[in-house]
Design a protein around this ligand. Structure first.
Ligand SMILES: [Zn+2]
Ligand SMILES: [Zn+2]
Length: 76
């Protein structure tokens, strides 16, 4: 059994004025809109194409590295 310890970031040193542009875009290719939710972490961070790549490459969420058990495709 593997345990991942996530340490809190030092919020004191956060830089101001971060751009929130492109927050609806896939974090892998930055070309298509996010449309797949990963379970169990419930992150929606990739398009359908990149989600298949992620699943083929070991099924770890690109955002938090949680093992993905299933995906939900969101249709807008
Ligand atoms: Zn993508
Ligand atoms: Zn995640």
């Amino acid at each position: 059994m593997l345990l991942y310890v996530v340490q809190p970031a030092n919020s004191e040193s956060c830089t101001k004025g971060e751009d929130q542009d492109d927050e609806d875009l896939c974090i892998v290719c930055w070309e298509r809109e996010r449309e797949v939710i990963f379970c169990d972490c419930m992150h929606m961070c990739t398009c359908q194409s990149c989600a298949s790549d992620v699943m083929a490459a070991g099924a770890l969420c690109p955002m938090c590295r949680t093992r993905i058990h299933s995906t939900i495709t969101v249709k807008f």
